[in-house]
Design a protein around this ligand. Sequence first.
Ligand code: NAP
Length: 284
Amino acid sequence: MTAPGSSTPFPARIGLGTWEMGVSAAQRSREIAALTHALDIGYRLLDTAEMYADGGAERIIGGALQAFGAARRAQLYIVSKVLPGNASRRGSVRACEASIDRMGCDYLDLYLLHWPGRHAFTETLRGFEQLLRRGLIRRFGVSNLDIDELQDWLRAQNSLGLAATTHCNQLYYCTEVRGIEFQLLPYQRAHAIATMAYSPLGRGALVRHPLLVQLGRERGVSAAQIALAWCLREPDVVAIPKSVVPARIEENLAAAQLRLDPAELARIDQAFPPPRAKRPLEMV
Ligand SMILES: NC(=O)c1ccc[n+]([C@@H]2O[C@H](COP(=O)([O-])OP(=O)(O)OC[C@H]3O[C@@H](n4cnc5c(N)ncnc54)[C@H](OP(=O)(O)O)[C@@H]3O)[C@@H](O)[C@H]2O)c1
């Protein structure tokens, strides 16, 4: 486990997403088994949200944690998110308590605002501050904030003079969705805000992309592994693919060991062109 304040923002480059888990009671034992398998083979970073299946995904994590053992809780890094509609000062605290309760995990390693909504950022941040003070969360961050929103968020954070700072912005990032490379990624780097890539497989579509399939064939790996290795080419980006299929869960974790070479990256750039800056980055 990475110590707070260390230069590595997360304890692992690949985590496990849980969106769409916990939807169907009939899938419950299969999903708990998949998550248990993930923990057994070494996943340590889990991503969830109160939104997913209305708390159902967090309950699946809770089921897997029981098998993993409460005594080993500290080995894990659990991320959850508050819905914007709940992100008032008191609402954030209540939502976080409920998430912890559903998972039976005592505290969250990272708590994120899922996306911006009607509550003022200062109110959400006051809730996060209270959660930090009570030891219910270790760090806080945001998700889906664009650069203007992130600047507003940081202004709100600074206006409150919080001791802790924003740890991460969780964003849609994969070969076909590269917009964040334009301004947001450099801005986050300049402000020591880590990037967690969600939907790194393009919600599953990229595993069938002809170029990624071809590159995978040449390397003897899968298209999914190419897509994940592409996200991880940036040393400060982590990715959280979701799967409930044990073989895929294994395959995705193994992608953390794969390094794409410059020729492979150039072929991917050709098929998925990077965004081009319209104005100098120094102006951000
Ligand atoms: N902050 C946000 O707003 C936000 C938004 C979206 C997602 N997220 C988080 O990010 C996580 C990942 O994103 P995502 O679930 O949208 O999409 P994703 O991880 O890009 O793709 C998941 C899909 O790909 C399939 N899959 C996974 N590994 C595979 C493999 N090796 N080969 C073939 N198919 C594979 C999965 O099916 P099987 O399960 O059947 O394998 C599932 O249908 C979410 O679960 C969630 O935790 C956050």
